[in-house]
Design a protein around this ligand. Structure first.
Ligand SMILES: [Zn+2]
Length: 405
């Protein structure tokens, strides 16, 4: 039997207020069950400052410890009990079922299983729960992925879009046409494959064409031990509302209307080790409550349009850097680029774009103006200058947006 928010919220509240040192403190004078919306949200800085004060169980009940990025330079520790791993398995099963996976599928997991990440283990658990055959290639060797595609004939791959594009490049170099491979579904994590209107972005369209496969976006957050995956309709990731409650809030902390972009704020249900209440993820997206073509009635989370702290301000309007980078990704003759934001005043930021390639600057500025209403300064730079900005020393990820504000 399914349980409603009105049944789940009091359970989540009482559990956290009783077992979590952090929430015991926050709720010590609370009488009765408060309305969720009256509880002050917490964010990553709270999680960083009070990390293990969120732990609700004794250490011997913890069976899995992973990390997630923090705000202090040191990753946060995130812990799970046996029941939490079961919950995670059920969550990923529901997510993969949205993408239509069944026990008949053979699925290649091109995601790291190690380095303290939760994601790889979560996918493995969910695919096991469905009964798929799982091949864990990881994401370090495109050649291993190609070899296993030939040897085990997988029907789906779970991976990061940029890595799946690298695999496709290696296949082309080796004279292998992936469109003739049995891989028909690419479950994409970590990077957007759609724009805010659900159309495929450059990355998503490229993947569908070179792989001859359908792309599905899945969005997960370690601190929520949860993911939301698109169905065939590609109209947002379906929420599993017995495990998670989502709100979308504006800059003032007020709920926005259906379909409007704001910050994703989440409350977990059924988590034993480290539940969170009104956690500000820092990710911005819209929630859609209408019925989906697939028949599911659960809310859907639209594409992540950016991080809240990356939002740019321009003379009264605001936009996410992803709107600018999307234009550059689609442009011909732009080999590499980086978008740099600087603070001009309290009310406005300035943006400079460095590009490497033969694209005419006037045309790029026009395309940006048409799509985003912003025409930033564009300068041609050397490949080396752009790379040094994209990948500074000690960075884990290549970036196309540099925030100097
Ligand atoms: Zn659907």
């Amino acid at each position: 039997m399914t349980r409603s928010f009105d049944q789940l919220w009091p359970l989540a509240f009482r559990y956290a207020a009783m077992h979590s040192p952090y929430y015991r403190e926050v709720f010590h004078s609370q009488k009765g069950i408060p309305a969720l919306k009256t509880i002050p949200p917490c964010d990553k800085s709270t999680l960083s400052a009070r990390n293990l004060d969120f732990l609700c169980v004794s250490p011997e009940r913890v069976i899995e410890i992973v990390t997630t990025s923090g705000t202090t330079g040191q990753p946060l520790l995130w812990m799970l009990t046996e029941a939490d791993l079961r919950r995670l398995a059920v969550n990923e099963k529901l997510s993969f079922e949205c993408a239509g996976l069944t026990a008949r599928d053979t699925v290649l997991v091109a995601v790291a299983m190690d380095r303290c990440f939760m994601a790889g283990a979560a996918y493995w658990l969910g695919l096991r729960e469905i009964g798929c055959a799982v091949v864990r290639t990881g994401a370090t060797s495109p050649l291993l992925v190609l070899e296993m595609i030939q040897r085990v004939q997988p029907t789906a791959i779970v991976g990061v879009p940029s890595f799946l594009r690298i695999v496709a490049d290696k296949a082309r170099e080796a004279g292998m046409d992936l469109r003739h491979s049995p891989v028909k579904k690419l479950i994409c994590i970590g990077e957007p494959i759609r724009d805010a209107a659900f159309g495929l972005n450059h990355s998503g369209a490229t993947l569908e064409s070179v792989w001859g496969a359908k792309v599905y976006s899945t969005y997960g957050v370690t601190e929520l031990a949860n993911s939301l995956c698109e169905c065939e309709a590609g109209q947002g990731g379906h929420l599993h509302d017995e495990q998670l409650h989502l709100e979308i809030l504006d800059d003032a902390g007020q709920p926005v209307s259906d379909g409007e972009v704001g910050e994703v704020v989440a409350t977990t249900f059924g988590v034993e080790a480290m539940p969170v209440i009104r956690y500000r993820t820092g990710d911005c997206a819209a929630l859609f409550r209408g019925h989906c073509k697939c028949g599911r009635t659960t809310p859907r989370l639209g594409p992540i349009v950016g991080r809240k702290n990356q939002k740019l301000k321009f003379k009264g309007t605001s936009l996410f850097p992803s709107a600018l980078t999307a234009v550059l990704e689609e442009a011909d003759q732009v080999e590499s680029f980086v978008v740099i934001a600087r603070k001009e005043s309290e009310l406005s930021d300035s943006v400079e774009v460095l590009i490497h390639g033969a694209a005419p600057i006037a045309g790029l500025r026009e395309a940006m103006q048409a799509r985003t209403k912003i025409a930033p300064q564009i300068r041609v730079a050397t490949r080396e200058e752009i790379e040094s900005l994209q990948l500074p020393a000690q960075a884990r990820k290549r970036r196309t947006f540099v925030d100097l504000r």
